[in-house]
Ligand binder design. Sequence first.
Ligand code: HEM
Length: 546
Amino acid sequence: KDVAKLIRNAIRPYFSPLRIVPGPKSTHWLWGNMREILKADPSEMHDRWEQEYGPVLKYKILMGVNRLSVTDVRALGYIFAHNMDFEKPGQIRQSLADILGEGLLVVEGEVHKQQVHIAPSPAFGTSQIRALIGTFFDKSIQMRDIWLHKLRLNEFEVKSGTVHTGQIEAVMWLNRMTLDIIGLAGFGYDLGALDGSSKSGGELNQAIRILLRTMRPNLVDIIQSLLPATRVFPSARLREIREARKTLERVGKQFLEERKAAVRTSTAMGSEGKVDRKLFQDKDLLTLLVRANMANDLPENSRMTDDEVLAQIPTFLLAGHETTSTAVAWVIYALSLHPSVQDKLRAELLACKEGGRPSMEVLGGLPYLDAVVRETMRLYSPTSNTLRVATKDIVIPTEKQWVDTNGVQRNGIQQLSYRVSKGDSIFIPILSINRSRDIWGEDAHEFKPERWLSELPSAATSLPGIWGNILSFLGGNRACIGWRFAVFEMKTIVYTLVRTFRFELAVKPEEIQMKSMAVTRPHLRAKVEAGPQLPVWVTAVVDEAS
Ligand code: HEM
């Protein structure tokens, strides 16, 4: 079967309808254009090619196979709206499934429809996020206080000539905080990563750390995903993942049984007021999922199995952890490079009448905080791209006219489209679209929160993103389910930190940009590389904790 697949791939380019789509020349018979893409910063090659070949282009991947790259607004809207016709590629799903099980990120078709029907509301709705704001603040304040304490004791490396300016490694701290937040918010368990209690927290923490570390596949895994038959000899990484998952499943089952018992009790009593208060006060996502899955009005055949509910635990843990910490790290980076924006933001936050723990409504209504968060998500999206595969032969409509490789102008109504055949892969360069000069204007590559305070360019308003006229959380039926969670988590963290600290970069900006940008290359999550990711000087400007 694997050999047949390889042969199919080898002959595919000669019959593909993508032959006539313009694009760069392949630079290697085996690797196609992949080496230059991987060497460059994320979005660099796609930006360049888009300028040269337009909003729909093709390039070569392994063995000369064609891949379409799409930035055309109409084509994107079509792809997002037809998620049954454009699935995630099998290899990506397989490597995610090894780690996460059959959770929301992995499943497709009817199973996805069923899971997504149960998960988003109430688990990710406004009232749920309102209930979680307290958890977001608890952890942000805990980290702020650790920093203040260490600054007072001079435990951070002190900047020469200053009294209370110490160097911190922002990404590492933010990672710990967002892991604690998703542990508590996801399944009501404090992983204790911030204060170091995770060392004694035992096997669950260890299992999660292994899964986080193994998210990036190595060469053996890539080969095994291309040739599934070879998986009968699991790689060392796969063996490690399987062991970690066993632990997570065992502990997860225990959580699940507890939640089911509690939900049954509450249902039997028929009133929320009589539910075990401790459990429901916290309203973790797992409890809500269990409750939604056990609802009386949900038809029996629409319920998730226990395994599916369990798979959502690592899904939320991994999808909602480093993405958010990377995003906040970029806020700190951008504010460090733009002191006037930082001062303006601090002034807005300190003027907030609700003090250190405002409500969701007040937090959501701070205009400059909103503009800074949106601008950071636009310019430094933690997810730089995603991939889809056509599940059938299909015609994708486009907005812009184009010229095919035979020189034929494609500008008639009928011709404003591209044909793809079943199995063709489609690349969605999120970062390129977020930074497109065609969409945002000549200053598209600059950090300017003010752009969000006046009227947006009309091209931006037609982008089919689920949040903020950008594609960082994608759009359509496979958009990020946790976008509201992430936006409010970011706002809470930035609110707490910027009110208390002034940030300055501790190294040259180019150095950070290069290192950290490389980090955002993989599709869904960014794996931190060894060494500091974002060393910054922090100075306490307001001693909030005192
Ligand atoms: C700044 C933070 C975040 C960013 C940039 C982000 C981005 C994304 C993107 C781009 C996707 C689509 C991936 C694809 O289809 O290729 C996605 C999916 C998803 N995200 Fe997020 N995400 C963030 C935070 C979160 C949080 C906090 C959670 C949960 C607590 C979460 C849970 C999910 C899930 C479950 C999916 C799969 C949805 C589906 O396929 O139906 N994400 N995210």
